[in-house]
Design a protein around this ligand. Sequence first.
Ligand SMILES: [Cu+2]
Length: 233
Amino acid sequence: MPRPAGVAVAVVAGAAVVALVLYAERAGSGLSTFDHVGPVEMAKPVGTVQGPTGPMPHVQINLSVYPDSMAGEHGKGGGAHPSWVSYSATNLWVPAHAVVTFTIKQYDSSTATLDPYFNRVVGTVGGTAYYNGRQAVALPSQSVAHTFTIHGIPQSGQPTVFVSVPLLGVPSNAPTLANGYPAPAVVRFSIVTGGSGDYVFQCFVPCGTGYNGWGGPMESQGYMAGNLVVGKG
Ligand SMILES: [Cu+2]
């Protein structure tokens, strides 16, 4: 049954108020909080490892990147946008002053980067990442599917973090797994965290919808954008 126009207008106006309040809170505090309703992916402690200045706690985060939203946090049916490309989790928590090892299973095919800067591995331990077990400092542009790029929030006053890792695309002849996706490219790298802070991570390959591929999932937490919180309870 069609919804009366008045109800639709009220719903849109209500959503705008909620968005404004969230924006005002974020702008007022200078630090974001988890403003996306979704599970928090806590880094898993795995012991101690030698860091740049001595032994440090070692933790792991496992993520996936899917060409749609059918297998991540949106549940069966894929949620509001089943066809949108997505990271499997977009609320990440890692401890301060620790070595964090990320393992990302990347299930999507490649889309070339727009700028060769994003072909490079930046801000990881040793400036490298492992692609299906092979160490590299960069990928050819045409092999990149997405990037995992962590950066700060302007005027936040917290420690600067910039990490960017190109994620390898799966080849067109990759075998299909039981879950319906091609065998993923496995990307592994580590970072060293400093003091506590709130950061954003997102993809810098225009893999979305809307304005030249920069809209839709690219601008939406829960899809190709998320929060990474360092060291707060
Ligand atoms: Cu992307």
